[in-house]
Ligand binder design. Structure first.
Ligand code: PEP
Ligand code: CO
Length: 416
């Protein structure tokens, strides 16, 4: 049978319903789900078309090497953090790191938060066992509650409305942050918002057609990415996002072949526009060399316009002796350096970095490989999902990025 990707489909905001839908919660109360979706469809947009077009034009400069992207924030945001203090402190960290990086390197920066909507998580297993109790896996605040109680883990559609409110409030606090911060910092950069576009119905409910150009946009945030687990041939996520004018990012790991990836990229960017498509590679320091060179060669041979970014977090997670998930800063910087070198070898450049970070004083990632065993859950380990870099580690990683880009060919001003 011919693959759906190979056929020319007539996209509509609902054509994804005929494709393979992975990582979607099976709600026990479908009547409530449809009532909630009706309400969501009627609510005002969170961002607007013009902001998205402005963002896309700025991204186009990354492909020319004039701008560098720093995208960072929580693995999983909590609804409870949709308050002014938490949003301000996360924005402040992003701004400070961006400012520091801008001082080091001759580039403009585009700062993107994993913020104001990063509420749903793909999971490898339907169930997880915590403290000896088996329960449905936590799939992000948009879907269920993370507390260790079976009944709170039931998928509840009301959470979609709570998610909308948390995302809208967080966007408002970010706008306030821009007003406050703008007056104090000369080289202030706007913070754009992004999240994984995982929950198909939730994302679809934010789709709207602009009266200006008659094009469809997803107004849930400025940028959504398709995660590694939902990026495959015949994916409903690829179908849904192939019809919108927003820029779109894809997380690329070892599970997708170069051939399938090319079909997906062509489907997502049929006009080969610049600033439209971001490839975030996340192979891990052990396998980046096995996969990335072929990928870059294939994308080059098809002359596709893409922004190359590196997520050095998700391929470098391991369980330490306490069975706690952690990541080492050394592995993270190692993958970044290898990625820079491979891209350069194939006449491409690194356009940005994608990290999981927090302003909280956590120790979730270890600083060097061997320290992993020292991290345990009583020792400032509070993430709801994956281990994040704390502020010092975030600054260190970005200084390394600047250093590697200098060593491997990019001009930087100075490193303190
Ligand atoms: C994530 O970014 O939190 C994530 C789950 O990433 P990936 O899809 O790359 O595994
Ligand atoms: Co994560």
């Amino acid at each position: 049978m011919k693959s759906k990707l190979m056929r020319s489909t007539n996209w509509t905001p609902d054509s994804w319903r005929d494709f393979d839908q992975r990582q979607q919660p099976a709600y026990p109360n479908t009547k409530l789900l449809s009532e909630v979706l009706d309400t969501l469809h009627s609510l005002p947009p969170i961002v607007n078309y013009r902001e998205i077009e402005d963002f896309k034009q700025r991204l186009a400069k990354v492909e020319e090497g004039r701008t560098f992207i720093i995208q960072a924030g929580d693995c999983a945001e909590s609804f409870i953090d949709a308050n002014i203090d938490s949003v301000f402190s996360r924005c402040q960290l992003l701004s400070r790191v961006a400012e520091n990086y801008e001082k080091l390197i001759d580039n403009e920066i585009i700062t993107i938060g994993r913020i104001a909507g990063q509420y749903s998580k793909p999971r490898s297993n339907e169930f997880e066992t915590i403290e000896g109790i088996q329960m449905p896996s936590y799939r992000g605040d948009l879907i269920n509650d993370s507390s260790l109680c079976r009944s709170n883990r039931i998928y509840n559609p009301i959470r979609l409305l709570q998610g909308y409110k948390a995302a809208r409030d967080s966007h408002n606090y970010i706008r306030d942050f821009h007003k406050n911060y703008n007056s104090t910092i000369r080289s202030f950069q706007k913070i754009w918002t992004s999240h994984e576009g995982l929950h198909l119905e939730y994302e679809r409910s934010h789709f709207a057609k602009s009266n200006e150009n008659n094009a469809w946009y997803n107004l849930s945030s400025h940028l959504q990415w398709i995660g590694a687990r939902t990026l495959f041939k015949d994916s409903a996520h690829v179908e849904l996002f192939s019809g919108i004018h927003n820029p779109i990012a894809v997380k690329v790991g070892p599970s997708i072949s170069a051939k399938d990836l090319i079909s997906v990229l062509k489907k997502l960017n049929p006009r080969n526009e610049k600033g439209k498509l971001i490839l975030i590679t996340r192979f891990g320091k052990e396998s980046v060399l096995d996969h990335l060179p072929l990928l870059v060669k294939t994308v080059n041979s098809e002359s596709l316009n893409v922004i190359w970014m590196c997520d050095p977090m998700h391929g470098n997670t391991f369980l330490n002796e306490n069975k706690t998930k952690t990541r080492s800063v050394c592995a993270i910087t190692d993958e970044i350096e290898q990625t820079i070198l491979i891209l350069r070898k194939h006449n491409k450049h690194l356009g940005g970095i994608h990290l999981e970070t927090t302003p909280d004083e956590v120790s979730e990632c270890c600083s060097i490989y061997s320290e992993g065993n020292e991290i345990n859950k009583s020792n400032r380990y509070i993430t709801k999902c994956d281990p994040r870099l704390n502020a010092d580690q975030f600054f260190d990683v970005m200084e390394k990025v600047a250093l590697y880009r200098q060593e491997h060919g990019k001009q930087i001003k100075s490193i303190a």
